[in-house]
Design a protein around this ligand. Sequence first.
Ligand code: MRU
Length: 351
Amino acid sequence: MKQIIKTLSWEKDKLKIIDQTLLPEKEEYIELCTIEDVFDAIKTLKIRGAPALGIAASYGILLSVKKAKIKDKEMFFNILEKSSHYISGCRPTAYNLFYGVKRLNNIALRNRHLSPEKIIKKMEQECRKIFNEDIKSSISIARNGNTIIKSGMRILTHCNAGGLATSGIGTALAPIYLAAEKHKNIEVFVDETRPILQGARLTMWELKKAGINCTLICDNMAGFLMQQKRIDMVITGADRIAKNGDTANKIGTYSIAVLARFHRIPFYIAAPLSSFDFSIQSGNEIPVEQRNKEEITHIKGIRVAPEDVNVYNPAFDITPGRLISGFITEKGIFSYRDIASLTEYRGRGNL
Ligand code: MRU
């Protein structure tokens, strides 16, 4: 499977990312040289999507310890603690971000008998490992998801869970890319995804680039299409999955899941194990990010609502596990009832 987008890369001690706020008009890459640069890029959605956030946060921590003039081990662990706390505060919902922070802390602790320079080397290897694991996971998600895609299917997706959200070929879009490569005749319907249009701007951009047959719709059109029997399956990504299968994903996902259940259309979540938070029992424990009102009152800097209106802008919603037909992961496709058993796949100390 060809990877057509280089969403992020580690080059000469800098994290290079494609600036997703400029897409689809401009394909521009920027270099992040400090943990503050990484924090800002995540906060302003220059880099976004759960797995990509995990990778970026890990490299952010690496940058902080690499750039500091470390005198001794005490200073090293102080900086590690401060930067872990700092980067954990930039976006609250995607579990991958916290998973990445944990992995780097675990590797540092496991090697605390070494010198700070050597620990930093181990941390750099761990970042590369997280990056490569994500590429591999997306390929396995593609293979597993492809088994349920039949030629002729029309698939609805929401937000962007493609290459732009991972270091590989994506999560929800990965099986779609493979199915198309296998010459299955598929059509993808893409929700524009208000308020900030990840579907219209990003998913359409990458699907078109890959030559996939895709059609853009407004978020409020999904129900009508389902009623007309023009959707055979829904696949979206996830930001955090609780032990009972409750899933946080881009705002609007829950509405689609309810519509899909009403119309008896299978609704799948595609996500790597790094998006599963086994420490929480249900979606009630998932913190939902609230974003600024301008995302709703303005489009591309132009005001589309009266001045000084009240705005409510949650970035994610929670879809109950029982509405999800299956979770497409790198280890196979699982029911929400089987999620607790997936803990066995998490490596030692990687939780
Ligand atoms: O606010 P965003 O753009 O970071 O939201 C992204 C999503 O909701 C994605 O669907 C999710 O992170 C999965 S990406 C593989």
